[in-house]
Design a protein around this ligand. Sequence first.
Ligand code: NAP
Length: 264
Amino acid sequence: MSTPGQTTIIIGGASGIGWATAQLLAGRGNTVIIADLDGTAAGTRATELGANTAGHQVDVTDEQAMRTLFDTVAADHGPIDTVVDCAGISHPGTIADLSLADWKATVDVCLTGAFLTVKHAAHTMRDGGSIVLVASLNGRQPGVGMGAYCSAKAGVLMLTEVAAMELAPRGIRVNAVNPGFVHTPLTHGATLVPGLVEEYIENTPLGRAGTPADVARTIAFLTSGDTGWMTGAAIDLNGGAHTMRYPNIVERVADMTATSTDTA
Ligand code: NAP
């Protein structure tokens, strides 16, 4: 169980995995601060949670905005106990075809955002706190057409280990979760590609995709005293998909395009 009374910042907290985590931790008595690119959505979500919460606009790639977020929350709510970074985007495309802009955008949000999260958490959170970074199955399992995302998430896993070493003297634990395919707004586009989710599930021993609540429960576990001896770790959370192979997104999209051209 996560510890009631903690102050928790969830970046990317207005949607998907972040929102499920916000609801779970608020239900367990945490003060939950929802920070998201869309400040209106963050505010609306905070209102839905009720008391002991606030919503903030932040771009996880903007260092000044991140500094302001952490300083403001510390001033308003006192020492920060837990920080969760759920901000993420994905721009699929083979390496040969991916634009530099799409590569940079993905690495910026997924990896530089995680760096800025750890950096400013380290400056403002209390000793003995906990940071959780949402990495991915794709940080350890490659997928065709996933070069930018896979590379950024692999970077998050190494960042987790280095941060764990550097912050251990203060008792701050840094861990990651590696979700497989989870139904959220981020993956909605993939559900529109015929056969893609089915291919993921065929390569998943437990035979289903994940839910945001599946991931939220593991994040809550990592923020709790139950994992007080765990740092620099990454929990695979994917129905066993890491034991098999990732779907070929490029082939599936090409099949879809060919089918729609044939029927046009
Ligand atoms: P989601 O529902 O799209 O949530 C991601 C949130 O991050 C959104 O609220 C999004 O805001 C926000 N965000 C995007 N760019 C941002 C920025 N520059 N600054 C601040 N916030 C930003 O997706 P999700 O599936 O819950 O993803 C959560 C995390 O899990 C991500 O790190 C993702 O890579 C990771 N993950 C997801 C899956 C999956 O299958 N869903 C699998 C493995 C890992 P907007 O909606 O306004 O853009």
